[in-house]
Design a protein around this ligand. Structure first.
Ligand code: FEO
Length: 388
């Protein structure tokens, strides 16, 4: 695949993976992107995941027409991108590795003594350093914690291409058609993987100000080569924890279906009252990171939990912890609890969220004992009136 006359795609598609990073469901597989810039000097941009070394090296050879790469630029040391660095050096022993200081520490941790002494092959780059390739020049941008601390982006000045490491990445292999569009799986990826580090993403955006960007080459997902401002705006919204779309998410747990009935009733009332968008998710059965994504996408969240061990249901606790870990903030939250003899989930959920910033708690709290009563329906009406 050609990105331009000088920039070629040499990445691979993974379809055998059960869970990405050991936790994320990837029904459409995953792409590990790598690129080659061919100029007077040749730079390979990142490696690919374990098991794809031979395919990647063969693509490099084809992209360079058999010329030997001068540099392997390592933007990120997580193993989905670094697994084949040693193999690369075995095939191209004269090439130099270009990476941040911390990336070289991690490289040693990953390969140990097996990679040998690479001191003479290291080019350590810091923020604002440059690398001349001929007509192409790479400017390095420290992007700490987007996603790991050693991460760097690079900006290629001649063709205005941003190599953005994990940022702007998404789930899904490139040989599977994505009918949902970029944002759906990019949002799940962002809030699942990078969501905690919004402040770091914002810091990188300050460094990108004034740079004209015509293409974004991420380590996962498609090359973005049109409507760049649209993608930048998604990242501005997500990293600032702003509300992306007006709407209400109802996230519930239900053991025998009574809490589910209350949630369905609330959704019906909200829709009748003209709510712009109501999204209902079952925390025990839906993809939990889809649920996290929805909570960050919309501005209002209703948490409906069965009482369990005098507290919240385990899947609800996990969900709230996932939100807290990602600095959930700037939202309105409402509670519904159910309990056969002593409902206690509302108080417990509010306590779990006490450290969250800029949260408005709805004053109507719904409390059900097993099956919904007329009084409960009146509570749901009052809650809906507060939310719409
Ligand atoms: Fe795609 Fe953070 O690795």
């Amino acid at each position: 695949m050609k990105i331009s006359d000088s920039i070629r795609y040499v990445g691979v598609n993974e379809h055998q993976l059960d869970l990405f990073e050991g936790i994320f469901d990837v029904p459409n597989g995953m792409a590990y992107n790598s690129y080659v810039i061919v100029d007077e000097k040749i730079a390979v941009m990142d490696s690919v995941g374990e098991g794809f070394g031979e395919e990647w090296l063969s693509k490099i050879q084809e992209a360079t027409g058999g010329r030997k790469p001068d540099y392997l630029v390592v933007h990120h040391m997580e193993m989905d991108h670094s697994a084949n660095i040693q193999k690369f050096l075995e095939v191209y022993p004269d090439a130099k590795i270009v990476a941040s200081k911390m990336a070289f520490v991690m490289l040693k941790s990953l390969f140990g003594n097996a990679i040998g002494d690479i001191t003479a092959k290291q080019i350590v780059v810091a923020d604002c350093a440059t690398l001349e390739l001929g007509t192409h020049q790479l400017q390095f941008i420290a992007a700490s914690n987007v996603h790991w601390p050693e991460v760097m982006f690079s900006y290629e000045t001649a063709e205005k291409v941003l190599f953005s490491a994990d940022a702007f990445g998404k789930f899904g292999a490139l040989d599977v058609e994505d009918s949902e569009g970029w944002a759906c799986e990019a949002r799940r990826y962002y809030f699942g993987i990078v969501g905690k580090f919004g402040a770091n993403v914002q810091n990188v955006f300050k460094k990108l100000e004034g740079k004209s960007i015509e293409k974004i080459c991420s380590l996962h997902g498609p090359v973005l080569d049109a409507d760049i401002e649209k993608y930048l705006n998604y990242y501005r919204t997500w990293s600032s924890y702003s509300v992306e779309s007006e709407g209400i998410v109802i996230a519930y747990t239900s053991v025998y279906g009574n809490t589910k009935k209350a949630v369905e009733k609330l959704a019906e009332i909200l829709n009748a009252k003209g709510a712009k968008k109501v999204v209902v998710v079952d925390l025990a059965r839906d993809d939990i990171y889809e649920c996290v994504e929805e909570a960050f996408r919309y501005g209002k969240l209703v948490l409906a939990s069965t009482t369990y061990n005098a507290g919240v249901f385990p899947t609800m606790r996990e969900f709230i912890e996932l939100l807290n870990e990602r600095n959930y903030q700037n939202r309105t939250i409402a509670f519904i609890e159910n309990g056969a003899w002593a409902p206690a989930a509302n108080k417990a959920m509010e306590k779990l969220l006490e450290g969250a910033k800029s949260i408005t708690f709805a004053s109507t709290k719904v409390s059900i004992k097993i099956a919904m009563t007329d009084a409960n329906v009146a509570q749901l009406e009052a809650l809906a009136a507060e939310l719409v």
